[in-house]
Design a protein around this ligand. Structure first.
Ligand SMILES: [Zn+2]
Length: 251
């Protein structure tokens, strides 16, 4: 039983704390591991030994499968916390199917956890890579551009629209690289590399503080944290890091 309190879980020196939940708390089933041990998650009001999930991922103290388990737990608990009432009739609904459905006894509606697809893309053009940064990011960090897929869009259309809206750059070919669940609260990051058709940047200041074409050799210095001006590119745990590295290998 892993404990989820907002974006945090409970750990001790040896790893996840797996004690029983408080009475009446939300509990969901996560699955069965390779040793045939069942795993559950509960909402927790534990106030001690809390650890932020992003920090846990960065510190690499837990095995990958447990980080995946926490992502699943965080998304599901977050969904239940915000779905006490039916979005169809406003009645109180209840947990069903071990946490993968909520059922409304008033109007008989079923509600399911959702995943929101997000494209994240590294564009390139003649040996350079397009990276941007938001004001809220850590100082000096640049990363891939990203945005939610809108209703009715394909992945490719969303990628071209987002890059154009944020940076003014037109994208032609789009190639899928990999994906990453991002449980803050329930996204699936779809990682892409795009071939730019134009290179004149015009940023949308509501979305980005800066966007620039950076020569591949300089991007490598940013990835390896050896850039002379202290610029750097993405946390190693983020899919953007993989995209930048992949774009560098093939640019
Ligand atoms: Zn209802």
């Amino acid at each position: 039983m892993v404990h989820i309190n907002g974006d945090k879980t409970v750990v001790d020196g040896n790893g996840l704390v797996t004690s029983l939940p408080a009475a009446g708390e939300i509990v969901v089933f996560l699955g069965i591991d390779g040793n045939r041990e069942p795993w559950f998650a509960c909402r927790s009001t534990h106030a001690e030994n809390l650890k932020d999930l992003r920090s846990l991922a960065l510190e690499e103290v837990l095995p990958d499968w447990q980080l995946g388990l926490l992502a699943q737990a965080r998304s599901l608990i977050h969904w239940h916390e915000r779905r006490t009432y039916c979005s169809n009739c406003g009645g109180r609904n209840e947990i069903a199917d071990a946490g993968y459905r909520r059922h409304c006894p008033s109007c008989n509606a079923d509600h399911f956890p959702r995943t929101d697809p997000v494209i994240i893309i590294v564009a390139r053009h003649r040996g350079r890579i397009l990276l941007g940064r938001q004001t809220s990011w850590a100082s000096g960090m640049y990363s891939a551009l990203a945005g939610f897929i809108e209703p009715g869009e394909t992945i490719e259309q969303a990628a071209r629209r987002e890059v154009f809206e944020e940076s003014g750059i037109r994208i032609g070919d789009v190639q899928y690289v990999a994906s990453q669940p991002w449980p803050f609260p329930a996204s699936l990051m779809i990682g892409l590399i795009g071939e730019a058709l134009s290179d004149t940047i015009s940023i949308d200041a509501r979305e980005l503080e800066d966007a620039r074409w950076i020569p591949a050799a300089e991007v490598l210095l940013m990835v390896e944290r050896r850039h002379p001006q202290g610029l750097w590119a993405t946390n190693p745990m983020a899919i953007a890091h993989l995209l930048v590295r992949t774009a560098l290998q093939s640019s």
